[in-house]
Ligand binder design. Sequence first.
Ligand code: CTP
Length: 478
Amino acid sequence: MSRWAKYIDSDPFKIIGETADKLQLETFVIGGFVRDKILNRGEAKDIDFVCKGSGIELAQAVAKALPGKPKVQVFKNFGTAMIKHNELELEFVGARKESYRANSRKPLVEDGSLEDDQKRRDFTINALAISLNEKNWGELIDPFGGLEDLENKILRTPLNPDQTYFDDPLRMMRAVRFASQLNFSIEEESFKALSRNAERLKIISKERISDELNKIILSKIPSKGFKILFNTQLLHQFFPQMVALHGVETRNGKSHKDNFYHTLEVLDNISKETDNLWLRWAAILHDIAKPPTKKFEPGIGWTFHGHEFLGSKMTTKIFRQLKLPMNEKMKYVQKLVKLHLRPIALVKEEVTDSAIRRLLFEAGDNIGDLMTLCNADITSKNEMRKKRYRDNFKKVQEKIKSVEERDHVKNFQPPVDGELIMKTFRIKPGREIGILKNAIKEAILEGEIPNEFEPAYQYMIEKAKDLNLSPVNTNKSN
Ligand code: CTP
């Protein structure tokens, strides 16, 4: 048995092979499935098959032979068909030659040989095919040295890279994504071609770019991908705000840090702690407003006043620009960007409980993630200083914990609600209710009263006097 047969030693490969033999179609499994099997990487979700002939016909025959006779979804325009089988998506296509037009990703297609088909794929490591026909079951078809490239961890295009990227510019993002995700290097000619073709990325939809970008962000060391994106100027095409973080300015002998590399360090740091894509996004965006808020103030040096507030506003714009979800995920990132300096500030001063209560109130359930972000933000080159920051920071963390345990303000629910206020003073909905509720909240956060019903009730009665209100109904149950 061939060395590769073990990868296809299961249903549905056997059924597909038998069906292909009946139809006399040379058939192969190709692409990411083969790559990931050889790399011993995760379980496949979609598997691509290519045959010499009609992929749609093959899919229809395979569906009849599979248990449960699943439906075939046909994409006539693309000449492809898909079958959902158990947890898998099986994709079928006829081997083809393709040529692309300059203004579109949609190719002109004609039938071709397996090698034509492999050649038009993005990287040699994605062009590996394993035969499914009986006569050469399990044979690896590798005309472009994909196996060697896999072993040497190299991304190389089967054709001249300018051609491959010109044909489909999304492949430039895929190159960077695979380099980051698999920790591969991009072969030199291919790397240069990225810079030469970077502007072509403009014809790709933002959704597809962001899909790849998110995969880069979720890789183990995401800075690897971002450095390539920056060096090839791909990043400049879709995320200029991040590019603007790059560079150091010096005035009167004072320099600020390079916020691009700082951001990448924070991103790598946080990636050791979490796989939460949106928390990683918060790391990317935490200093995004430093360039537009930067000032040199004589006697003080470089300042970035309000960058956390502007950064939180820019988050909305960047999410919209990159077609990222404009929902609670975006709000979560915004909140973390807005609050990212607050825990650090608690390190420096004599911390009051009320400052901590305010932070807990504003961060709510995201307090843990905010602390993770702040911890990742400690990137001093000076190890001693870093240690001192971390130690101080731990103290703040402990203090936050003990304040929360005592005061429960993280998920603050007012101990006295609007209903009771209206009933007590027999008033209709109006501004007085808001004023009283806010006064109680402030008193609790400031530590004037504990976060409990009875003191809050008495406080409300006192405060109501300022509004010329006196209690009419003293039944405290609501
Ligand atoms: N492909 C390509 N150019 C693209 C996208 C895909 O040449 N822009 C080819 C590659 O041969 C790839 C195959 O089509 O292996 C299947 O594509 P897809 O399922 O999108 O990606 P995978 O390589 O399977 O990888 P992943 O699942 O990690 O995205």
